[in-house]
Each structure stands twice: as structure tokens, then as C-alpha cells.
Design a binder for this molecule. Structure first.
Ligand code: FPP
Length: 224
């Protein structure tokens, strides 16, 4: 049985779900947050060490301003209401991506990371204003500047996922099969599960089904 340390998720389909059931994309994002809570709980139960969630990409800025603002309000309320409890559950929060938001949100993100930095049950990597190509270019720039020899092992130390094992599983909900500029380096050997359900409809049962399937896969990493 494969050990499972790290699950990464592209939480796609909020907008479509919201329009279909509530006539509003925003309602889809709100419902998507409920799924986030369910998956955090289930990850703890499964003793998963790292959960990386793609919450906002560098490309998502192209969306209408009021949807972008809604997403960040949702995030802000989530952190304000839930960070104490996440901390009690010994969950560590790390932001990957570039923290160039309002001063208020940047402060809240920094506070949440600092408060939970010593925790070690589950580490949630929240990808915010994250784009893998940008991450790779920045890593190349830094490693060159540091005059460190460029090899795989050294290079990973310049990624935002430094010291985090690569994802064992990538899940993308929403019936779309693409990577959307997410963890392009880190996903090199991950098992990928494309899920038809939209993110707000994805539940614990679906998640556990994927975990069960993953555990039975023969992972060769290039070997036979
Ligand atoms: C993709 O669905 C989803 C996002 C861009 C945002 C993800 C946000 C959440 C799950 C809720 C907030 C999370 C936190 C942690 C506060 P989409 O809008 O692209 O869906 P579509 O493909 O149906 O349009």
C-alpha cells in the first residue's frame, strides 16, 4: 500500500455549481468553502501531512472585480473565524504564491502563518496569487544569483514548496483535464485524478474513494 503524505487539489467548478443551483457564481464559492472544511477534516482523519489547495491563480485576476473581491472577503472571513480553531487542531497554514494583496489581508495572512507555524498535524498550503511558471522563473533567478550549482536537489530549495514532499495525489474536480499552471515541477510523478463532480458537490466519500484507489496503484517512478 502506498504511503500518502501529500494531496494537492484544483478546486474547480464553483462558478458552474453556483449558477446551476443558486443562480450566482458567488454562492458557488461560498459552497466551495464548505467543501474545503470537509476535506480538511477528512485529511486529518486520514493522517495526511500536507494538503495543498489552489484557491487563486495568477490568472484569476482576469475575473470581474466583484467576484475577485468576493473571493478575498470569503478568505478573510474564513481566517478570522477559523484560525483559532485550526490552531487548536495543530494545523499549520502556509501561503504559497505572492502575497501582494491589501495591507489588511497581507497582515492577516502573515499573522495566521506565524500563529500556526509550530503546528504539525496537517500543513495546509494555500495557493494564493500562485502561478507555477512564475515560481519556476523566480527559483531560477534566485539559484543563479546564489551561485549554487543547478541540480534537482538544490533547485527544489528555491521553490515555494521547499521542504515539502511532492504531492502523491493531484485531484482536479469540475470535469476539466488540465493543470492550469499549478505545481508543474512538483507534480512530475503525482497520481492524477480528474473528478467529474463540481467542487461544491465533492464530498468525503469521493475523497476517500480516491485515497483508496491511490493506495493500490503500483508506483514505479520510472522503474519497472
Ligand atoms: C474555481 O472554480 C475556484 C476558484 C477560483 C476559487 C476557489 C475558492 C474556494 C474553493 C472557496 C474559498 C476558499 C478559501 C480557502 C477561502 P471556478 O470559479 O473557476 O468554477 P467554474 O469553472 O465553474 O467557473
Amino acid at each position: 500500500m502506498n504511503p500518502l503524505r501529500h494531496v494537492a487539489i484544483i478546486m474547480d467548478g464553483n462558478g458552474r455549481w453556483g449558477l446551476k443551483y443558486k443562480k450566482s457564481r458567488k454562492a458557488g464559492h461560498k459552497a466551495g468553502l464548505k467543501t474545503v472544511e470537509k476535506i480538511i477534516k477528512e485529511s486529518l482523519k486520514n493522517k495526511i501531512k500536507y494538503l495543498t489547495l489552489y484557491a487563486f491563480s495568477t490568472e484569476n485576476w482576469k475575473r470581474p472585480k466583484n467576484e475577485v473581491n468576493y473571493l478575498f472577503d470569503l478568505l478573510e472571513n474564513f481566517l478570522r473565524n477559523r484560525i483559532e480553531d485550526l490552531n487548536k487542531q495543530k494545523i499549520k497554514l502556509k501561503i504559497i504564491g505572492i502575497k501582494s494583496f491589501s495591507k489588511k489581508l497581507n497582515n492577516l495572512l502573515n499573522y495566521s502563518e506565524k500563529k500556526t507555524s509550530k503546528n504539525s498535524t496537517l500543513q495546509i498550503n494555500l495557493a494564493l496569487n500562485y502561478g507555477s511558471k512564475k515560481e519556476l522563473i523566480n527559483a531560477f533567478k534566485s539559484i543563479t544569483k546564489a551561485r549554487v550549482s543547478v541540480n534537482e536537489k538544490n533547485f527544489t530549495n528555491y521553490l515555494q514548496t521547499k521542504n515539502i514532499p511532492d504531492p502523491d495525489i493531484l485531484i482536479r474536480t469540475g470535469n476539466t483535464r488540465r493543470l492550469s499552471n499549478f505545481l508543474l515541477w512538483q507534480l512530475a510523478y503525482s497520481e492524477i485524478f480528474f473528478e467529474k463532480k463540481l467542487w461544491p458537490a465533492f464530498n468525503e466519500k469521493d475523497y476517500n474513494k480516491i485515497i483508496k484507489k491511490f493506495k493500490k496503484i503500483k508506483r514505479n517512478f520510472g522503474n519497472i
